[in-house]
Design a protein around this ligand. Structure first.
Ligand SMILES: [Zn+2]
Length: 139
């Protein structure tokens, strides 16, 4: 099961998924990546609430995490997203260096990260779908 945000027709390409030609994207609309759809105002409100909830509920101290856990953090391209913990190296006492998909965190063991947790997230999905018309659950 996954949560799906309400969408509306892309305002850049009027839902066609195509736009004037450029060498980088061809004729594909880069705002909607050629899908012709973009997140609606209702969908964006639901997604914002969901992000806040998972941050509150699934936040864990670094010392409780393990190699292979998936956490919400910075990706190589600078966007935020889900990344996998590749390794830890304790420098001394509470100072640690963590590698995730090519990125490096240098800080303390009690720093908090949002951990991907399927059970918690299912509760949150259902709650968000109850509270917001801009989200639904898809099998
Ligand atoms: Zn578009």
């Amino acid at each position: 099961m996954r949560i799906v945000w309400d969408t509306t027709e892309c305002t850049r390409c009027d839902g066609t998924g195509q736009h004037s030609y450029n060498p980088m994207h061809g004729r594909r609309c880069f705002k909607c990546k050629g899908t012709g759809r973009q997140i609606s105002r209702k969908g964006a409100a639901a997604r914002k609430a969901w992000t806040q909830e998972i941050t509150d509920v699934c936040s864990r101290p670094l010392w409780s995490l393990r190699v292979g856990d998936v956490i919400w953090w910075r990706k190589r391209n600078g966007d935020e997203g889900w990344v996998t913990i590749a390794s830890f190296a304790e420098i001394d006492g509470d100072h640690v260096v963590m590698h995730c998909d090519g990125m490096l965190f240098d800080g303390r063991w009690d720093a908090r990260f949002v951990k991907w947790d399927a059970d918690d997230r299912q509760d949150i999905r259902e709650e968000i779908v109850r509270r917001f018309s801009g989200a639904r659950i898809e099998e």
